[in-house]
Design a protein around this ligand. Structure first.
Ligand code: DGL
Length: 262
């Protein structure tokens, strides 16, 4: 089975995108609600959480792990790859590949949590993928709580988005990476405010595409016989009403969350 982890339920946008692309692939999802949000934590704490999450997924039988959290991938993906022998797919690498391929002007914007922007991982990887490109990043710490409050269409959300996106509009970017799992849920509002000429890159959808490409090349990892017909399982380290609602909304159906001590 494929393990997927996030700081909470935002990574379910990645799990849903995987389900859409690979409907027969059972997933083991872990959302670290008890320690969420990662976006405001130090690199040391985020890295330790990521190790724990990976150990848990491996103990449940994951043959590969998707880091479905930009803050986690930006901070800890290199450390995890050094420390674990299983294949590790991450949201950042997938979004970088797509952005580097589609930008025409080479002027690329990134929005994400403070942890993601602070890591400068997008800058490093984009410079390697597309030398000479110009990167403009903007931390948007208020967007995750707004999504979690379900204020997806609220006037306040639109005002805050306008303020966050204004500096990027002035930089004449042609591509904008949604560098946080929650932002696809604000995709329409972001597109309206950044302008129709700017191409949005959804890091969740790109991670799903990356995983599919990887599994097409490694079918033995995708599914062994014993796993055929198994259902995906969704584990969380804490569970509350709003968490359950967000999970159900992302999947468009009731999701059974299993609480575990990790
Ligand atoms: N999942 C996180 C991300 O993609 C957002 C929530 C958090 O800060 O933990 O960056």
């Amino acid at each position: 089975m494929i393990g997927v982890f996030d700081s909470g339920v935002g990574g379910m946008t990645v799990a849903k995108a995987i389900e859409d692309l690979c409907p027969d692939l059972p997933l083991l999802y872990f959302g670290d609600i008890a320690r969420s949000p990662y976006g405001s934590k130090s690199p040391e704490v985020i890295t330790e959480c990521c190790r724990r999450n990976t150990d848990f997924l491996l103990s449940q039988g994951a043959a590969a792990v998707v880091i479905a959290c930009n803050s986690a991938a930006a901070t800890a993906s290199e450390t995890l790859r050094r420390q674990y022998s299983v294949p590790i797919i991450d949201v950042v690498a997938a979004a970088v590949e797509k952005a580097a391929a589609v930008t025409v002007s080479g002027r690329i914007g990134i929005i994400g949590t403070r942890a993601t922007v602070r890591s400068q991982v997008y800058e490093r990887r984009l410079e390697a993928a597309r030398p000479g490109c110009k990167i403009f990043s903007q931390a948007c710490p208020l967007l995750v709580p707004l999504v979690e409050e379900d204020w997806l269409d609220a006037r306040e959300t639109k005002m805050i988005l306008r303020r966050y996106l204004q500096p990027l509009r002035q930089q004449q970017i042609d591509t904008l990476i949604l560098g946080c799992t929650h932002y696809p849920l604000l995709g329409r509002l972001i597109q309206t405010r950044i302008g129709r000429r700017v191409r949005l890159i959804d890091s969740s959808a790109e991670a799903a595409r990356h995983l599919k490409e990887f599994l097409d090349k490694n079918p033995d990892i995708a599914l062994n016989r014993a796993e055929r017909g198994r259902q995906s399982r969704f584990f969380v380290s804490d569970s509350t009403g709003p968490v359950q609602q967000l999970a159900d909304r992302i999947f468009g159906r009731p999701i059974h969350l299993e609480k575990v001590d990790v």
